[in-house]
Every structure is written in structure tokens, then in C-alpha cells.
Ligand binder design. Structure first.
Ligand SMILES: Cc1ncc(COP(=O)(O)O)c(C=O)c1O
Length: 368
């Protein structure tokens, strides 16, 4: 049946493109008939998750017929102790991506401006557009947020600022004293959303203790996730740390059961296995150094990454390099999607995956 002309979607989404995530392994296997695939496209954890998580999920499966507790009280309790923050400051989402959409849904009115880096995680822009708001994109300087220009971009209409630290896709961070000064200078009337999806990969010395700033800055929202270092991307669970009054608004616009039982049980167990997290951070740093060294040998450079991925300047079409790697069974992301057409973004994998990537990249670059 052809839909009636009068049944039209909202004009805010007329020109919106569908978000294209990293290609799933199964899709590449189907399309290219390859069996051996190395996926380094979505900044997932190459070491899976803690074995304790698998046990906890198996145990929780017996409750599959029951809806979860919406507020995830046990998880909230544990995280509150871990982060030394009141439980009423913790909000769980179906991935941290859901919290981005809830924030814009609750706060962005038509015509409101939201400041973000160019380039950064694309979901900020699309959610602001869906709400009828105006994304104000401030170019990065050598891959790093330009905080002075972002402050200067604030107007009467500014409702929200997004800082992605470390930044996806460049992996760069903002120097911590500059970040603190920025937080101090953002007007209290503007929501400052600090996306820290890759926080746990940073060196402790480089990381600003943003959690301790929440008490002083009620307009500050921190976003973190169990999808990356904890290896729970499939289960969709992340959290936001924020003033309870912001949560009151998010609770009005969220689905009742936005985080499921298995995800809550998994996250709870994941928090108990510090060793796994520390080990992953360590292996990631080693893998990242290996990749940087090998890329340098090929004459290639990257933005200074503090995360589990690298944005590599390939000096030619990132789309072509992406396609060439795909034909060899290696999935990365082309930087074109992020506004950097001569780059690719590659996730730091396990050592064997990193070696496969380096070898395949060498072949692709030699062929070109
Ligand atoms: C910067 C950033 N924020 C948020 C997310 C969303 O993560 P999730 O919804 O899995 O928690 C991602 C995922 O790649 C990301 O890179």
C-alpha cells in the first residue's frame, strides 16, 4: 500500500541520513563470501568481557520472563560506592547513546543551539536535529576540541554543549586544566554534556576527575558506558551522572524498562572485575603503541589517541582504503563519514588482529 501524502514525517527529519555504524562481521561474511573477518570498526573490546559477567548473565537468565527493575537499584548502589557519588545522581540508559537522545528530547526546543566539535560522535548532531535544534559545529585543532572557540560560540540560544573526551573519531583529549577552566566558564544556563565513553582507557594522570565537579556544577552531565572497556556492547547499558533535577526530566521521556535484566546483572558483575579492566587498558596501550610504530614505518601518522582506536592519515581516499581492507576481510571505518576523507579509523585489536590489519594495509597501499 502506498502511504497517503498527508502521512508525512516531521520536516526536522526530512534530510536526516540514517546513521551507518561499523559493518557487522556477519554482513561482510554474507556480502563477500569471506569466512575470516577481522573487525576493527566499532571500538569494541577485542578481549570480550570478564568471565564473571558470563556467569552472572547465565544466572540471571532464569528471570527472563520478568521485567527488570527500571532504576537498576543494585547496580546503582555499587556504582555509587565505586564513584563516591549519591545514587540519585546516577541514570542508566540503553547504552549511553540512549541518554544522548533523552537529553536532547527533554531539553532541545526548535531553534535551540547545541555546540559540538567538528568532527565528533555523529549522534550529537542527529539528535539535536531531530529535536528541531541547530548544531553549531566548531572545528577541531589538530584533532583536539577548540574550547576557546566553543566558549565564544555560546549565544542566548545555546542550550547544550557536547564535549567528547577522548574524542571519537580522533581519540584526542583536552588537557585537564583547560577542561576544568572550560567547565567553570560555561554559563549555568547551558547543559554541558561530557561524553566519556572511553574514559577508562586514559592514563590516570591525564584524566580530570570530572565526577568530583558534579557537586559544584549542576549543569554538568557525564556519560559513560559498559560497551567499551567492560566489553558489554551487545547488552546496551551505559550511564549518565547528573543532578537529580535533570534525571527527573529524563525519566519523563524514557521508556520504563530501558535497561534489561541481563544488562544490569552483567554490568554489576563487570564492576567486580577490576583486574579485567586494568588488563584491557594495559593491553590496549601496548597494542596502540605497536600500531603507531608500524604505521610510522609505512610513513603514516595518526592523531594523538588516548582511546582504543586510531585515526590514521592515509594520504589518499579513506573510502578506497576502507574498501581495499574490506576485500581482505578487515573492517575499519572510512574517515569520510566523519568529515576526514583521507583517513581511516581503526580500533586497537588484540595483537594477532593488529598484525593482520598492518599486513592488509600494507598490501592495500602498495596496490593503490
Ligand atoms: C563517543 C561515544 N559516545 C557514545 C557511544 C555510544 O555507546 P553506547 O551506546 O554503546 O554506550 C559511542 C559508541 O561508539 C561513542 O563512541
Amino acid at each position: 500500500m502506498i502511504i497517503d501524502d498527508k502521512v508525512q514525517a516531521r520536516k526536522e527529519i526530512e534530510n536526516l541520513k540514517v546513521y551507518v555504524p561499523g559493518k557487522p562481521i556477519e554482513e561482510v561474511q554474507r556480502e563477500l563470501g569471506l569466512t575470516q573477518i577481522t573487525k576493527l570498526a566499532s571500538n569494541e573490546n577485542p578481549y570480550g568481557c570478564s568471565p564473571q559477567v558470563i556467569k552472572a548473565i547465565a544466572e540471571e537468565m532464569k528471570n527472563n520472563a520478568l521485567y527488570p527493575e527500571a532504576t537498576a537499584p543494585a547496580l546503582s548502589e555499587k556504582l555509587s560506592k565505586r564513584l563516591n557519588i549519591e545514587k540519585d545522581h546516577i541514570f542508566f540508559g540503553n547504552g549511553s547513546a540512549e541518554i544522548i537522545s533523552l537529553l536532547t528530547r527533554a531539553y532541545i526546543r526548535p531553534g535551540d543551539e547545541a555546540i559540538m566539535a567538528d568532527s565528533t560522535f555523529p549522534r550529537y548532531q542527529s539528535n539535536v536535529l531531530i529535536g528541531g535544534g541547530l548544531p553549531i559545529r566548531v572545528p577541531l585543532i589538530d584533532g583536539v576540541h577548540d574550547l576557546d572557540k566553543m566558549l565564544a560560540a555560546i549565544t542566548e540560544k545555546t542550550r547544550m554543549i557536547f564535549i567528547c573526551n577522548p574524542n571519537n573519531p580522533t581519540g584526542t583529549i583536552v588537557e585537564k586544566d583547560r577542561l576544568r577552566t572550560f567547565v567553570e566558564n560555561v554559563p549555568a544556563s547551558v547543559l554541558l554534556v561530557m561524553d566519556e565513553a572511553y574514559y577508562e582507557f586514559m592514563n590516570k594522570d591525564d584524566a580530570l576527575d570530572t565526577v568530583s565537579l558534579l557537586a559544584q556544577y549542576p549543569n554538568l552531565v557525564l556519560l559513560r558506558t559498559f560497551s567499551k572497556i567492560y566489553g558489554l556492547a551487545a547488552l546496551r547499558i551505559g550511564y549518565g551522572l547528573m543532578h537529580p533535577s535533570i534525571q527527573t526530566e529524563l525519566n519523563k521521556v524514557k521508556e520504563a524498562f530501558n535497561t534489561n535484566r541481563l544488562a544490569q546483572a552483567a554490568a554489576l558483575a563487570a564492576l567486580d572485575d577490576n583486574r579485567f579492566v586494568e588488563d584491557c587498558a594495559q593491553k590496549n596501550a601496548t597494542g596502540r603503541s605497536y600500531l603507531i610504530t608500524e604505521l610510522e614505518k609505512m610513513g603514516l601518522s595518526c592523531f594523538a589517541s588516548h582511546a582504543n582506536f586510531l585515526m590514521v592519515k592515509v594520504g589518499r581516499s579513506g573510502n578506497e582504503v576502507f574498501q581495499g581492507l574490506l576485500r581482505q576481510g578487515v573492517i575499519v571505518r572510512s574517515g569520510a563519514a566523519f568529515g576526514y576523507p583521507e583517513t581511516i579509523r581503526v580500533t586497537v585489536g588484540a595483537q594477532d588482529e593488529n598484525e593482520i590489519f598492518i599486513k592488509a594495509l600494507g598490501q592495500v597501499l602498495n596496490q593503490a
